[in-house]
Design a protein around this ligand. Sequence first.
Ligand code: HSE
Length: 302
Amino acid sequence: MANSIKVRVPGTTANCGPGFDAVGIACTIYNDLELTLCDQNGISLKVKGEGAGYIPADESNVVVRAVKMVLNKTGHQAKGLQLNMVNHIPLARGLGSSAAAIVGGLVAANELTGRHFSKEELLEMATAIEGHPDNVAPAILGGITVSIMECGKVKYLRFLPPVDFLMVAVIPEFNLSTRAARKVLPQTVPFPDAVFNVSRTALLIGALCTGELKLLLPALEDKLHQPYREPLIPGMTQVLAAARQAGALGSALSGAGPCLLAFANENADEIGKAMVQAFNVNKVKAKYQILQIDRQGAIILS
Ligand code: HSE
């Protein structure tokens, strides 16, 4: 059996406005992970790109936790790990870097230990590490996913929209941990706010399934998490508004933020520039990247 494998995992944008902890889209931005199982003890880590110099080479690294989860479940005897990462997904910005790390570790270790686990089982394991399925599901499966937890199990729907669209991801220079962005959320919400989100989420999934993209504008509205997170992201309201004024189909916080996302079928550059400018007005440096839907999810490279 080979002892080395390379995998590629897409970044993801979760929530998509109202679909908190449920909706996710795989995006054309990737991390590559080469995993080698060794006989010598210890963890060796090389990182190029995002996270170089920051990612720890110990058990607090989620790739390591994911690899060890597979090794423990399969009873594999590897003593040490070598991890070589080439990362393009920015860390702690709301583009699914931790989901990509977890999925990369699980998929690579599963491949090296005899492919004991199905994609569904890997999704269960990834969700157990991440805590919610909305990023890990599209990272494994590609496309657009809706996932729920039922009695500790993940149930999901995965689909591709019938029409193409672009996603303009505007990435501010500062990062924001998901933990911090979840701390500001309330324990309960007013009933009308719950109704508001149920109706928008239904409309969002309907719009994405049918290609009725003009419905994205109202369908991306949210009252469950974005209003509470807005104070953590200087200029958020103005940046989202700038996207819509520049012709976006709709705009929302990407995952837990701080990245902001606009959906577009034209003018993507103009939308990106307008959003960066609105961040700059609020004294935040930012850049934009134009993404499409990744259709494959995690893949084995070699
Ligand atoms: N659904 C999660 C949140 C996504 O908004 O907190 C972050 O990983």
